[in-house]
Design a protein around this ligand. Structure first.
Ligand code: IVH
Length: 662
């Protein structure tokens, strides 16, 4: 037994150190493979020996149970914001005002990270709570989500009580991945990394947060003068405690040095892999803060110098139109290629007709573009002075692929090609059906679909499952060959076993992304059940609103769709969802809250058992809670349960109730 405890301790140390090296110091010391192996071993050991789970175990960063909502937190010291300055003159004014009050002082300049502020509370060096800024006075408890951030230390290098503040942000790489996933799932894209970070931190499922790979820079200590004397020292101390501190900060002696520095930061930021929107300038000496003072909203000893987003002019050569699988038509700006915020941009979405008309964008115009969130190219406006007699934009009236008259539905901004036989739609439908998130037919990518469509082998989904009849002909296609064809046919065969939610998602029903598909099959566990689904019943489901329900009903009521699904069933595709075994149990449909430490199970294990019984685990106690399971050292939640008269179970009682399930 002792050996197991030792091994767990050792693994915790190795993985925590690897996290620090990779995420805080940016200097990896072990390979991803080694990391995964250690983590896997630790997860397994902790599952078998929950008693030995360490308080700072890195397995907490995987994301625990789904939350019910966010509890409000009143900040010990309000989280203020900063006043802004936008140019050198305003910056010098800021300096003048301070100099009138205190003649001698220094500054610290820091990058202004474009994310969301967070407060982190540690007790005896252990991470206890994270809260959002909220309205500055009251924020929300996002502890479980923040815990998943790899660079967040769960245990500091000193066993002190401290509150630290910093900025949670989404690195560009994570932003790109998050948006790729949303695109695949047919969900609206995040406009920029800041929105993505803010949206992610308010996720109720910490596992999703863990996947999104947020990061954190810390920059402030609350009541800092009890620990150090200056901001410069505070940053050093934060680093020493184990926090990730942005490396670009400087102690500067006067305003001239500051003015110079600001332009250096402005060039620097274009090379960084996260968004910054300015420079934060702080008086360095804490003992001067009270004298310099505060306005109602912000300190007078600090300000934010805001950068201008990079904007460049270029020529709008043409407006082309793309068709999606639902038939939606998207206008695209074809630009004279131009370098902006790190890459060459030649195309930008123009969203829809209204967007173009509101900005009065015309082919041949000189336009100003930028990258929204430093990533997505966007046309900001037209340089009207450079316009020569150009024709106003007119939306196309017929489909660029099949020529069918386009329709714009009342209340919608988009035009659609309504021709069910439109080849543009067909190709995109097929690509989507075969995609990784849907039926995952590995070898049936965009190029192959386009080619097989062009050659007449593929027009609709059912054709995919008839391809094997043409294997000899296919092998004759230049560049296709024996091996490729066999691989393709095998992948198609394997896809027949895919789960029902993937099939539903793959069909490309408008507004039905991967997540909605998963929800749908829980209520309608077969294609037949879905075909019978009634609008009134669908809208009763939490995630499904009127728009989605209407789209589902109209899709499955189409005779052509019915015929396609009948054929797919005949071809042997899986058309049903095996419901997970649910047991008749006292906890079925009940809400439980876990608190304190149990001897025989970890929180995750207890949650799993409760969910198996059909119950739900919530994070906070309310009148709606049915049971509170209180382990050792249960605190405020147990108190609240007693106050509200909620039934409390101790570990022994809980064990009896779940007898045989663990
Ligand atoms: S110090 C009194 N330092 O900018 C407020 N803030 O506009 C002290 N921010 O709410 C904040 N980088 O969310 C500080 N290096 C930095 C920062 C920073 C980003 C954010 C923070 C704050 C907002 C103010």
């Amino acid at each position: 037994m002792m050996d197991i405890k030792k091994r767990i301790d050792e693994l915790v140390k190795i993985i925590n150190q690897a996290n620090v090296d990779y995420h805080t110091k940016d200097q990896p010391t072990i390979t991803d493979f080694e990391y995964d192996q250690y983590l896997k071993e630790l997860i397994e050991l902790e599952e078998s020996y929950p008693n030995y789970k360490q308080i700072d175990s890195p397995t907490q960063k995987i994301g625990g149970f789904v939350l019910d909502g966010f509890v409000k937190v009143t900040h010990q010291v309000p989280m203020m914001s900063l006043a802004n300055v936008f140019n050198e003159e305003e910056l010098r004014n800021f300096d003048d005002k301070i100099r009138k009050v205190v003649p001698s002082f220094s500054y610290v300049s820091e990058l202004k990270i474009d994310g969301l502020a967070v407060s982190l509370v540690y007790e005896a060096g252990l991470f206890k709570r994270a809260a959002t800024r909220g309205n500055g006075v009251v924020g929300e408890d996002v502890t479980e989500n923040v815990r998943t951030i790899k660079s967040l230390p769960l245990k500091l290098t000193e066993p002190i009580d401290i509150e630290v503040r910093g900025e949670i942000y989404m690195p560009h790489k994570s932003f790109k991945l998050a948006n790729e996933e949303r695109m695949n799932q047919n969900e609206a894209l995040f406009a920029n990394p800041r929105n993505a970070a803010a949206g992610t931190i308010r996720q109720l499922d910490p596992k999703i947060v863990a996947k999104r790979q947020l990061d954190l820079f810390c920059y402030t200590i609350v009541n800092a003068s009890s620990y150090v004397k200056t901001q410069d020292e505070a940053l050093k101390y934060l680093k020493k405690l184990g926090f990730k501190v942005n490396p670009y900060h400087e102690k500067l002696e006067d305003i001239d040095a500051l003015v110079n520095k600001v332009s250096v930061y402005d060039s620097l930021r274009k090379t960084l892999n996260y968004d910054t929107d300015g420079v934060v300038i702080k008086v360095n000496e804490f003992d001067l803060y009270e004298r310099i003072g505060y306005t109602a909203k912000s300190p007078k000893w600090a300000t934010a110098y805001k950068f201008q987003a990079e904007q460049v002019e270029t020529l709008l050569k043409d407006i082309t139109f793309q068709i999606g699988r639902t038939g939606v038509i998207t206008p695209v700006a074809e630009l004279e290629p131009v370098f902006v915020s790190g890459t060459t941009v030649a195309r930008a979405t123009l969203h829809n007709e209204d967007y173009i008309l509101t900005k009065d964008i015309r082919i041949g115009d000189t336009v100003v573009i930028h990258k929204a969130g430093e990533i997505i190219p966007e046309v900001l406006h037209v340089v009207k002075e450079k316009r020569t007699n150009l024709k106003p934009f007119e939306m196309i009236t017929s489909c660029p692929v099949c020529g069918t008259h386009l329709e714009r539905k009342p209340g919608e901004a988009d035009y659609y090609c309504m021709n069910p036989e439109c080849p543009g739609k067909h190709i995109n439908t097929l690509i989507h059906f075969a995609s990784r998130q849907a039926m995952d037919i590995d070898t049936l990518g965009e190029k192959v679909v386009e080619m097989l469509h062009e050659l007449g082998y593929l027009n609709q989904i059912t054709d995919i499952y008839l391809l094997h009849q043409y294997r000899d002909e296919l092998k004759e296609i230049p560049g296709f060959g024996d091996k490729k064809v066999e691989k393709l046919i095998q992948a198609i065969e394997a896809s027949k076993k895919q789960t029902l939610d993937r099939l539903i998602f793959g069909l490309g029903v408008k507004h039905v992304g991967a997540k909605v598909a998963k929800t749908l099959i829980k209520h309608y566990p077969s294609v037949n059940a879905l075909m019978e689904a009634k609008y009134e019943d669908l809208i009763q489901i939490n995630e499904i609103g009127e728009m989605i329900a209407t789209s589902i009903v109209s899709y499955f009521n189409d005779d052509k769709v019915k015929e396609m699904l009948r054929l797919l069933s005949e071809f042997g595709l899986n058309m049903t969802h095996e419901k997970e075994e649910s047991i008749a149990h006292t906890f079925n449909g009940k809400t439980l809250v876990l608190t304190g430490k149990m001897e025989s199970f970890s929180r995750e294990q207890a949650t799993e058992i409760i969910e198996k019984c059909g119950g739900k685990v919530a994070s906070s106690v309310s009148a709606k809670t049915d049971y509170v399971v209180a382990g050792e050292d249960a605190g405020s939640k147990l108190k609240k349960a007693n106050e509200l008269g909620v039934k409390v179970l101790d570990e022994e009682e809980f064990k009896v109730m779940i007898d045989g399930l663990y």
